[in-house]
Write a protein that binds this ligand. Structure first.
Ligand SMILES: [Fe+2]
Length: 293
């Protein structure tokens, strides 16, 4: 083996990392060495810069707890989360597209009947989300799970509130005719956490750290490709500059303002409210995925 020089170092390292029995891990590690070496050769960091990078990663790790995940946030603002999402959900253009899960989903939300309110006592403007769940052939999907979570009207999720009971989240199911009715309040845009290492980095850029108003959905039904997605409010000032690159055109919807009166769940409201109409379109799962269920 030749001794290393600046020129041959990458080849020598890649050659040694070929010695991994697991073929997938071997492919990943060789590619990582190749790209990281190319990155370092391109930027030619000073030693001080390299230790600044190590320190940033160290502090990012120390900020992670079971309630906070700064590495996911870093992945989000660099567009990596959306890239992984895109690679793993290559659906028909006629199906509802997926987008990032984000850090605020909570498992085992309470199951509510169609039309029931998932935003009792929450501040904000009442909002009804209605439509059907169907498939690519137009068949209505009954009994589909719609797991919903969002901010309240002040831009805060349950994890950011000091609450004991579930806050701004619920599970609904589509009815026999595929329809669903969610009663909630309108979400508002919000900033990603700016008090950590990701915020520290973002504040040295001119990149917006805001997300446009959106409602999160996980839609699941046996035999169909499970999707995690959002509905975004058309006209939101941050729709073009979502800090996590989550906005896809088919997911932008009108929040139609209605005067006080009868709402889609039959209730009569004494103040104005929003109505959002959206049909979720599911794609049949690949056969291998069905077998694994
Ligand atoms: Fe969100």
């Amino acid at each position: 083996m030749p001794y290393v020089t600046e020129q041959n170092l990458t080849d020598i390292v890649m050659d040694r990392w070929k010695n991994i029995p697991d073929s997938r891990l071997r492919k990943i590690m060789i590619s990582m060495v190749k790209h990281i070496h190319a990155f370092v050769r391109e930027i030619e960091p000073t030693e001080a810069e390299w230790f600044t990078a190590i320190d940033w990663l160290t502090r990012t790790g120390k900020q992670c707890t079971d309630k906070r995940q700064e590495f996911i946030l870093a992945s989000d603002v660099l567009g990596i989360s959306m890239l992984v999402d895109a690679i793993n959900h290559r659906l028909s253009t006629k199906a509802t597209p997926t987008t990032v899960t984000g850090p605020f989903h909570v498992h085992d939300s309470p199951e509510l009947a169609n039309g029931a309110n998932m935003a009792e006592d929450a501040p904000g403007v009442p909002c009804f989300v209605t439509g059907v769940v169907r498939d690519l052939d137009g068949m209505l999907v009954k009994g589909a799970i719609l797991d919903v979570w969002q901010t309240d009207g002040e831009g805060l999720y349950e994890a950011q509130r000091d609450v004991k009971e579930p806050w701004m989240r619920a599970v609904y199911r589509s009815g026999a005719d595929g329809s669903y009715v969610i009663r909630t309040i309108a979400p508002i845009g919000y900033t990603i956490p700016m008090d950590g290492t990701v915020g520290e980095l973002m504040s040295r850029t001119k990149i917006s750290h805001m997300r446009p108003a959106h409602i999160h959905f996980l839609i699941d039904s046996p035999g169909y490709h499970r999707i995690i997605t959002h509905l975004f409010q058309r006209g939101d000032q941050y729709i073009e500059t979502d800090v996590v690159y989550g906005v896809k055109e088919p997911l932008i919807v009108d929040f139609v303002k209605k005067p006080a009166g009868k709402a889609p769940n039959g209730e009569v409201l004494d103040k104005p409210f929003y109505v959002v109409n959206y049909d979720f379109v599911l794609q049949k799962a690949a056969k291998a995925a069905i077998a694994a269920e």
